[in-house]
Design a protein around this ligand. Structure first.
Ligand code: ASP
Length: 593
């Protein structure tokens, strides 16, 4: 990809310039050229001045000799970094070639220079290893974007978008825009709202996704829709969340889950092939239930195994009340870690006790090379007990077994975090390796202890599996959905479902979610009513575009792939936004008397 990006050439010349700063080569020697760009660096060596001229295509060295051109040489002495200049000159092959840059075989012998714009000294160096901290670079993001790394990230994003659009277009998907000023709804995350001036006291909401619109488009007959679209969610701040982010939003009519998985497996394969030159295997599938049982997570990182083993039956027969009282005891095996020292084991105990994990402790069993065991619960379990656990876990001599216990959901979540930590410590989460997984058969609903009600696990438009539909009122917790997520290396990249396309079923769903019929009609009447006018069976999926960029580039952050991102406090430090607004605006909007 990097080479591909460097190959990008300015495809036409204008009155301002004949070439870009990235395209001249030795075969161009002798040509008279005009270039425009920013001064990256000026060096004066004796009677010679060298300027590195930069534009988005690359860097070209300009040379000026005091002997052959005194005035010009004098003039460039006053130039500073980041000035914008236009130069005329003759391409010459260099004596000292620079193999690090594509234009390194040539330089331009200057004949004319025009200053187009001067620059203050930039607040940080515009180089790969900039001396600017994160906050400063974000404040001057337009300067930061001149740097090679952010530039390549934006070009990567662009290229990915093009590949996606090409692929989708080739298989008859139509890109249709949906509105940004929509209606606030109570489900899902918090909405960003926009007060209406014309309708005082009323508010629009910014869409969390185009979900209902894309379903309505299915009703209108556009049976393959997609859109690369901004979505807005006012969620609590978490590392690497952006209040506005981009989805590749898709919907199809007359399809079953299998059709959707196949269609988008095709897209993902195409992306990996084109962007990473990797031909991926058919994507594995795992039910939500298995993912939770084996990895304690609905987005397991399957670059490494380390699956959970349930051990109640092997550990609840002795006098150890901690285990005896546990709903679930689960273990993982860290291969070849049987030599861990007390200090290393204590570190793991500390890890699980951190508030982010929240466990009360951890039990370990070291499988010694001589076939004996040493554990933190030797007081309660003899060698034969530990041998049984080791056999059940498939642990070999020299391995380490880590056990956790507690309430089922909680302990799974906790061990999942320890599993990832061990994966990282053991170097099993290798960058550049990609493991893809479809997680399927999600539960339709999720019980919330605090509010004492069911919430839709995906969203309220997801259909129950037809064979579970009858249980919707009598045993809602048993109802599964044809809902699926795509997971890459432990990151959720996309998710979707087969939708409800029938008013009655949609009404029943809202009732299960605790809506009165009136509330449901007030909030979602447009959709429920629309279903009365010939709704095709349909389903879809949405992928996180920013996240896909970062995962494919082996980055941990999505911010690096967004031209003007917000910081971790949801602020735009360049615009200094959010900000207060004037009294007059508040009055006009009906927010102040
Ligand atoms: N609209 C859903 C979301 O944003 C995705 C989908 O169901 O297609 O998660």
């Amino acid at each position: 990809m990097k080479e591909q990006l460097n190959e990008i050439k300015m495809s036409y010349s204008t009155h301002y310039r004949t070439h870009s700063c990235g395209e001249l080569r030795a075969i161009d020697a002798g040509k008279e050229v005009i270039l425009c760009g920013w001064i990256q660096k000026i060096r004066n060596l004796g009677g010679m001045s060298f300027i590195d001229l930069r534009d988005r295509y690359g860097i070209t060295q300009l040379t000026c000799n005091s002997e052959t051109n005194v005035d010009l040489h004098q003039k460039v002495q006053n130039f500073g970094r980041e000035w914008v200049i236009q130069i005329k000159g003759i391409v010459a092959e260099r004596y000292n070639k620079n193999s690090n840059i594509p234009t390194g075989d040539i330089e331009i012998m200057l004949t004319e220079v025009t200053v187009l714009s001067v620059s203050d000294t930039p607040p940080f160096t515009i180089e790969d290893n900039s001396d600017g901290g994160d906050e400063l670079r974000m404040k001057y993001r337009y300067l930061d974007l001149r740097r090679e790394i952010p530039k390549n990230n934006l070009l990567f994003r662009h290229q990915l978008g093009i590949e996606i659009r090409n692929y989708m277009n080739n298989i008859s998907f139509v890109e249709i825009e949906t509105p940004f000023l929509v209606k606030s709804t109570p489900e899902g995350a918090r909405d960003f709202v926009v007060p209406s001036r014309v309708n005082n006291g009323e508010f629009y909401a910014l869409p969390q996704s185009p979900q209902t619109f894309k379903q309505l488009l299915m009703l209108s007959g556009y049976d393959r829709y997609f859109q690369i679209v901004k979505c807005f969610r006012d969620e609590d701040l978490r590392a690497d969340r952006q209040p506005e982010f981009t989805q590749i939003d898709c919907e199809m009519s007359f399809v079953e889950q299998e059709d959707i998985l196949n269609t988008f497996e095709g897209l993902i394969k195409h992306i990996f092939h084109k962007i990473k030159q990797i031909d991926i295997d058919p994507i594995e599938r795992m039910s939500y239930e298995d993912a939770m049982k084996l990895y304690g997570s609905d987005k397991p990182d399957t670059r490494f195994e380390m699956q959970f083993v349930e051990l109640n039956e092997y550990l609840q027969h002795k006098d150890f009340s901690v285990f005896n009282n546990a709903e679930l005891i689960i273990g993982i095996v860290a291969a070849d870690c049987g030599h861990y020292t007390r200090k290393q084991l204590d570190e793991l105990v500390e890890f699980v006790k951190r508030p982010q994990v929240g466990a009360s402790g951890l039990v370990y069993i070291l499988c010694n090379e001589d076939g004996s065991f040493k554990s933190s619960v030797d007081k309660f379990y003899d060698q034969a007990d530990l041998q049984k656990v080791a056999t059940q876990c498939n642990a070999k001599k020299g391995d380490l077994i880590l056990l956790m216990n507690g309430k089922k959901d909680q302990v799974r979540e906790q061990l999942s975090q320890l599993r990832l930590e061990m994966g990282t410590r053991l170097g099993l989460r290798k960058k550049g390796t990609y493991k893809l997984l479809w997680v399927t058969d999600f539960p339709l609903l999720e019980w919330d202890e605090e509010t004492n009600r069911f919430y839709a696990k995906h969203h309220p438009f997801t259909a129950p599996k037809p064979e579970h539909e009858a249980l919707l009122e009598s045993a809602p917790e048993k109802v599964n959905a044809n809902a699926y997520d795509l997971v890459i290396n432990g990151t959720e990249i996309g998710g979707g479902s087969i939708r409800i396309h029938n008013s009655d079923l949609q009404k029943r769903m809202f009732r299960v979610l605790g809506f009165s019929d009136e509330e449901a009609i007030y909030q979602f009447g447009f959709l429920i009513n629309a279903f009365r006018f010939g709704a095709p069976p349909h389903g879809g999926i949405a992928f996180g575009f920013d996240r896909l960029c970062s995962v494919l580039s082996d980055y941990d952050t999505i911010r690096d792939f967004i031209a003007f991102p917000k910081n971790n406090s949801a602020r735009d430090v360049m615009l200094d936004s959010p900000s207060t607004i004037s009294e007059l605006q508040l009055k006009e909007l009906g927010l102040k008397l």
